[in-house]
Write a protein that binds this ligand. Structure first.
Ligand code: BDR
Ligand code: CA
Length: 306
């Protein structure tokens, strides 16, 4: 039996690839996609989610747009990473499907049943709003696998990873909710780089493969310039991969608290690996990854979409 998942995202190159990985994987059934402002504004992230589903011929999957700004802060996008469209690189056509009428927070509440895994790959604004509007969902949401946070260095500030930094109040609310959460942060995503060789393998492999190769051309150029990386971390796809095959990641149970009131460290995920705070563990935190196996899974699954 496949695991039903909902992806709450802000596509975003790696969000789009995460969606395609889910669609290509028989272990998963993607039952809905919700969008939030993050990498780009909400209109763009919603269009990009619809475009991605259309490329895979899966416009039957409902897409609901959610929050157009963080809970209490101004939106900070990542246009320098993802471009003006949020998916710069490939030529994007307008999607023919439309989002459903429902707000993302309400569609999430509707789709979440016992057994469904929520995979947010974006700031946690929609998830926090869902918990606020539909507190009863807490009891039937078994598991969240979130791409975000970092034990060590951040990628927006020295202290904070983007998804945590954009809406720290939302992240703090979700970590405090008591729902089992796995944090797939930069500590693991930066260890598995999708290279130009991976892109070349996909370029000739049908529409989805070409789309991913062209996304990677743009995404990789940013990572070469900014990090001197020889490839790009496909952060969000690692959260989906963890649901497909939990053995890809090594995790540690720890308390995670999110900084919301600091001059230098807002959005920092404070991970208490040694239990020095006395705070109860509330998360499983990614600390290691089998990079070769993750990348092979990702590339071979996208190839199979052709
Ligand atoms: C996260 O931030 C976004 O730019 C990516 O889509 C990913 O979700 C990585 O820090
Ligand atoms: Ca994302």
């Amino acid at each position: 039996m496949s695991t039903r998942i909902v992806i709450d995202c802000d596509p975003g190159h790696d969000d789009a690839i995460a969606i395609l990985l889910a669609l290509a994987s028989p272990e998963l059934e993607l039952v809905g996609v919700t969008t939030v402002a993050g990498n780009q504004t909400l209109d763009k992230t919603t269009r990009n989610a619809l475009v991605t589903l259309e490329i895979a011929g899966r416009s039957d999957i409902p897409v609901a747009a959610g929050a157009d700004a963080p809970l209490r802060r101004q939106l900070r996008t990542a246009a320098h990473v993802h471009g003006d469209s949020g998916l710069d690189g490939p030529e994007l056509s307008e999607p023919s499907a439309l989002p459903v009428e429902a707000h993302a927070a309400d569609l999430l509440a509707e789709l979440i049943e016992p057994g469904v895994v929520l995979v947010p790959t974006a700031p946690l604004t929609n998830v926090a709003l869902m918990l606020e509007r539909h507190p009863e969902v807490r009891d039937r949401l078994d598991r969240i696998v979130w791409m975000g946070g970092s034990i060590a260095e951040g990628n927006v500030t020295p202290a904070a990873e983007f998804n945590a930094f954009v809406d720290p109040e939302a992240a703090a609310a979700v970590f405090a909710s008591g729902i089992p959460i796995t944090m797939v942060g930069l500590d693991v995503t930066h260890k598995a780089l999708f290279t130009r060789a991976h892109a070349e393998r996909l370029r000739g492999a049908g529409g989805a493969g070409r789309f991913v190769a062209e996304l990677s051309d743009f995404f990789q150029a940013f990572h070469e310039r900014s990090y001197a990386f020889d490839g790009s971390p496909i952060h969000d796809a690692m959260a989906v991969a963890h649901v497909i095959d939990p053995t890809l990641l090594t995790t540690r149970r720890a308390n995670v608290a999110v900084e919301t009131r600091s001059e230098f460290s807002d959005g920092r995920t404070v991970v208490d690996l040694r239990g020095v705070t006395g705070r109860e563990p509330n998360a499983d935190v990614g600390v290691g990854v089998d990079a070769a196996r993750f990348l092979e899974l990702l590339v071979s699954r996208i190839e199979s979409l052709a």
